[in-house]
Design a binder for this molecule. Sequence first.
Ligand code: SF4
Length: 307
Amino acid sequence: MQVILAKPRGFCAGVERAIQIVEQALEKFGAPIYVRHEIVHNKYVVDNLRNKGVIFVDEISQIPTGSTTIFSAHGVSQKVEEDAKERGLYSIDATCPLVTKVHKEAQRSEDDGRQIILIGHNGHPEVEGTSGRVKNEVILVESLSDVENITVANENKLAYVTQTTLSVDDTKLIISALKRRFPSIIGPDLKDICYATQNRQNAVRKLAQMADLILVIGASNSSNSNRLRDLAKEIGTTSYLISSPEEIEPDWLKNVNTIGITAGASAPEILIDNSIDYLKSLYNDIKVSTMDGIEENVKFKLPIELC
Ligand code: SF4
């Protein structure tokens, strides 16, 4: 049995930075540290930090006055930031700099008098954060059919931004449809949005052509992990999203000679190692290799509070 690991896979620079922020805050300020929302969408990471004294909450109102609070990598709305200030919290922002860039892009366009169209998934924390960074209500577009149904105030004064965990490929049809309907709409250079999302998607497409089965390691609420599973399926390769190796069902491995493994941007490498160990416990002739792929060297600076 061959196991081929995707390259790149797993943690991106934004996730590494967010986890490092929480760990350094624990060291500097001591437990408990409060984190609004899961710092990244991964149970293993969250449980590990919880064991070190992190308390995860959904709302600012659940945090005792004066506590140290961290905003997750997905970003938060202006209102959340203001609520934290009002409550006397000492807050540190772990929003990924690429998400912050989208916030600024939306704000700049709004200041220029444009109505903002946000391409993303309803209910995703990043979408909530970006929507809450502009003064007026954004128009959320999730699909091509939404493009036909939206109503805008002035079709000559529009700008779009996108959720970072959608790749250029995910959004290009929607953007083309927006441009067809509203020829003067403006938007950012998509190549700049998130290198990690695009790289992991390109890698899984290639891997799906080399493997009989793709296992994507990631949380069920992780948007980019779900997309990796869907992309492998679109290539025609059976693919499952698993949060840990215990979820691998022996039936999936029947008639399989090559398993491709990848991981979403919030899944730690240890879950890949554990999956390989599990497969080794089933087969004694496992050969593990890594596909050729992009070497990522992106690093983001820590916030000033921790420097
Ligand atoms: Fe930042 Fe991209 Fe990682 Fe999201 S997936 S945290 S935008 S680097």
